[in-house]
Design a protein around this ligand. Sequence first.
Ligand SMILES: Cc1ncc(COP(=O)(O)O)c(C=O)c1O
Length: 353
Amino acid sequence: MSLKYFRPNISSLAGYTPGEQPQQGKFIKLNTNENAYPAPESVINAIRAVDASRLARYPDPAATAFRAAAALSLGVEADCILCGNGSDDLLTILVRAFVGEGDAVRFSEPGYILYPTLCHIQGAVADPVRFSTDWSLDDRFSTDTEKVRLAIIANPNSPSGTVIGADQIAEFAATLPCPLVIDEAYVDFADADVLALVTQHPNLLVTRSLSKSYALAGLRFGYLVAQPQMVERLERVKDSYNCDTLSIVGATAAISDQNWRDENRAKIKSTRTRMEEALTNMGFQIPPSQANFLWCIHPDKDAREIYDRLKRERILVRYMAYADWDDGVRITVGTDSQVDALLQVLPQILAQI
Ligand SMILES: Cc1ncc(COP(=O)(O)O)c(C=O)c1O
């Protein structure tokens, strides 16, 4: 039996379950927090302009062009930036770099379900700390850390969209005896970020994604910001060519196009406000979201049933259940017309269940 060759922790791994990506049929897709709008024209044009002969050569392993452009946009030095094949790639690099077999990875929960999966692949122990019911995080996050080699907080968090403040993050960074990763995949939809803390805390790393606020989930590009000596050593852990030629070109154009990002996020934030109001009026309880999605719990209606019925109406949302926590549906903020379609069918569905 060939399965016997797998390490035991891989055999027992449930595996990360990504949100549905239907390849056929027409759905309104509000399940994986992609950007509902087309990618920036500047990105499409930059990719179209690539000389095809470049595809015969390996890409720049350091993604130099992106790092230079991002340094300008973000106001940090280029050697503080490490690029990845999506921010998931950076999270993988971080777990590989800092966590050994039997070590613990601390993360806030309910949160991004990839963290425990990465930890189990490594043969490490998942050490989640629960949010309080109001989605705040207390000092337990930075205590009892004997085996903890890496700590991760998604901020804004998924599935809640809630944030914890920079002061508390600074305190965690100062107290934890290990690297602290702030996963800012959704930060462009939030009021504040913690990039400025990186210069003060050598153990703080911020990961970002171009999948959400730049509408480039299919391009696969993310980056990390940390102090240069941290970046230099992480470079040794990454795959040599983890970002391909086209994605580096596209991402460089995207990060240089701050006007597109600003206009797009203004649209999404305004739709988010309208959507939150309408869903609250239908009885959903929704924590304050600073992301491009809403975590919706209905006190009287079954979340799984809501998901199923919406799917029958060709609207995909994400049903999520966490142990000892209310299950719910996480709904991405779509375009205005997508959200209108959702708001039109939901009252009928709620009346039937
Ligand atoms: C909290 C969080 N971090 C990271 C990611 C991964 O993003 P990327 O597409 O950059 O790999 C996601 C994707 O949904 C996410 O929800």
